[in-house]
Each structure stands twice: as structure tokens, then as C-alpha cells.
Design a protein around this ligand. Structure first.
Ligand SMILES: NC(=O)c1ccc[n+]([C@@H]2O[C@H](COP(=O)([O-])OP(=O)(O)OC[C@H]3O[C@@H](n4cnc5c(N)ncnc54)[C@H](OP(=O)(O)O)[C@@H]3O)[C@@H](O)[C@H]2O)c1
Length: 264
């Protein structure tokens, strides 16, 4: 039996990730009365609250301060300010989960009183359909109960993997933003299907299922990359060049996030 419905959650930041969290938690059986949303843009908070049937509140409202878990999905530049604003009323046992890029868990742990667990997650958008990959870092303060609860939240989003704090900037290019790298592959395949006379939706279905099926081969077998490629004899792209493109993309994203982290 899930522990989620008995807990109270405050989602801070009603943007892409905040809305995904509200939707997945609601669908996982968290009662709307146990969910509250805040945003510096109060209209955005109200719109999200109306859409998911939950309450909107300000950061300093009691309902926010009393939450069991704060899911902080604001821009990276605001996360420390949000945590500092809540720190004054924090009590042992409460949990802060930051979804922001470029903000190390160690930085946030230094802002909270003893007994508060701090966790960092690098979210990704396929979580909207429960197919996300969300690398997670537990702060040194995170107690076993906090891990159990955070894993229940992550299970609503898809899969997760524990990584070190200093690996998370890599994870932006490997998972957090990686969907953006893959969509052009789907777009190109769909366009080729349309050129062949297929409807847009049929072409899109073929492209998406080929990507899903290829991913399943990677996840569900222990075949090497060469063995997987060998299942289809015809090479269709410059494979080493495409692979290198993705290595370079992840390196480039890491460098960008490292730069942002130095500025925060
Ligand atoms: N989207 C992704 O796929 C993805 C992937 C990896 C990591 N992330 C991380 O997840 C976090 C959220 O991303 P997102 O795409 O959801 O961003 P977003 O759509 O820009 O949403 C962030 C929301 O937080 C609000 N906000 C900013 N400061 C606030 C404060 N002090 N108190 C309350 N609300 C505040 C923003 O309002 P304003 O617009 O008025 O500032 C905005 O509505 C970011 O830190 C990002 O690094 C996102």
C-alpha cells in the first residue's frame, strides 16, 4: 500500500516540472487536499491549482510551511531563496526535494536545520507519462524514511538511479534535457514517412515505436551495442558520427551547467 496518500506535499514552482509533479501525485492517489502549489506568478499558481483541483498558496502560508515534503521546481536561481524562506519554520522530519539544475545538494543542506532531509533530483519530461528517468542524490542528512518517501514519489514519475552530487551536471545532458536531443530523430523519421505518403500520425507512430523498441532491446537484453546493431544488417547513418554527436552534446550541456553553477 502506497504511503503517498497520507502525506502532504507543497509543489513550489508551477512550471513544466511542477505541473508534472501535481499530475502524477494526484493520479497516484494523493488527495487534492494534501497538495498545494505556489509560484511567484500567482496567476500561474492559481491556473495550476484549478487544473489539478488543488490549493494555491503563498510560500509563507501555514499550509505550505506544514507540508511533509517540499518539491521545489523553481528556476535554479530561486531555489536557495525558497529554502531559506522556509527554513525558519522547518521541523525535523520534513523533506526538501530540489529539482533544479546547477544547485548541489550540499549547498541546500547548509541552509536547513538539523533533522531536515535534503534530496536532489534531476527531472525529465517523459515523467509526464510515467516514463521518466530521474537521477537522485540523497544528502547526508537524508534519513531512511525520507528515502522511502522520495522513492515513492519517483516511482510515480518513472525510473530513477542514485548518483553522486558531482555527477548531476552530466545528468542534465544524459537525461534531464536529453529528450531534446532525441526528438529531432523522431521528427526526421516522421518527415521521411510523410514523404513516403504516410499520414503524419502513422509516420509518427512508426518512428516512436522504433525508438521505444530499440530502447527496450537495450533495457531488456544484455546484447552489446554491436550485437544490437548486427540484428539489422543495413547501416543507415554514420553511426560513429551520430554516437559522437551525443557525447559532445552531453559534454557541452555539462559545461553550460557548470558555468551556471559557478554563477549561482
Ligand atoms: N523542464 C525540464 O525538462 C527540466 C529538466 C531538468 C531540470 N529541470 C529543472 O527543473 C526546474 C523547473 O524547470 P521547469 O522547466 O519547470 O521551469 P519553469 O517552467 O520555468 O517553471 C519554474 C516556475 O517557478 C517559478 N518560480 C521562480 N522563482 C520562484 C520562487 N521564488 N517561488 C515560487 N515560484 C518561483 C517560475 O516563475 P517565473 O517564470 O515567474 O520565474 C516558474 O513558474 C528548473 O530548476 C530546471 O533546472 C527541468
Amino acid at each position: 500500500m502506497s504511503i503517498l496518500p497520507e502525506k502532504h506535499f507543497a509543489v513550489i514552482g508551477a512550471g513544466n516540472i511542477g505541473r508534472i509533479l501535481l499530475e502524477r501525485l494526484r493520479d497516484a492517489g494523493v488527495p487534492p487536499a494534501h497538495l498545494v502549489v505556489c509560484d511567484s506568478d500567482t496567476e500561474r499558481a492559481s491556473a495550476a491549482a484549478e487544473r489539478y483541483g488543488v490549493r494555491a498558496a503563498a510560500l509563507h502560508d501555514e499550509v505550505v510551511c506544514q507540508a511533509d515534503v517540499w518539491l521545489v521546481a523553481t528556476s535554479p536561481a530561486s531555489v536557495a531563496d525558497v529554502v531559506k524562506a522556509l527554513a525558519g519554520t522547518m521541523r525535523p522530519g520534513q523533506i526538501v526535494v530540489s529539482f533544479a539544475a546547477a544547485v548541489p545538494v550540499s549547498h541546500l543542506e547548509a541552509l536547513v536545520p538539523a533533522g531536515v532531509s535534503v534530496v536532489r533530483v534531476m527531472p525529465n519530461a517523459p515523467s509526464l507519462v510515467g516514463q521518466g528517468m530521474n537521477p537522485v542524490v540523497y544528502g547526508t542528512s537524508a534519513i531512511p524514511d525520507a528515502r522511502t518517501l522520495v522513492e515513492a514519489v519517483l516511482a510515480t514519475l518513472g525510473d530513477w538511479i542514485e548518483v553522486a552530487d558531482d555527477q548531476v551536471n552530466w545528468c542534465v545532458g544524459l537525461s534531464g534535457a536529453a529528450m531534446r536531443s532525441l526528438v529531432p530523430v523522431l521528427e526526421g523519421m516522421t518527415r521521411a514517412g510523410v514523404e513516403a505518403g504516410l499520414s503524419e500520425s502513422d509516420a509518427r507512430r512508426i518512428a516512436a515505436q522504433v525508438m521505444l523498441g530499440t530502447a527496450a532491446l537495450a533495457l531488456e537484453t544484455d546484447l552489446s551495442w554491436e550485437e544490437i546493431k548486427g540484428l539489422t544488417p543495413m547501416q543507415t547513418v554514420d553511426e560513429p558520427a551520430v554516437a559522437q554527436l551525443f557525447v559532445d552534446a552531453a559534454r557541452g550541456v555539462k559545461a553550460k551547467i557548470d558555468g551556471l553553477q559557478r554563477k549561482l
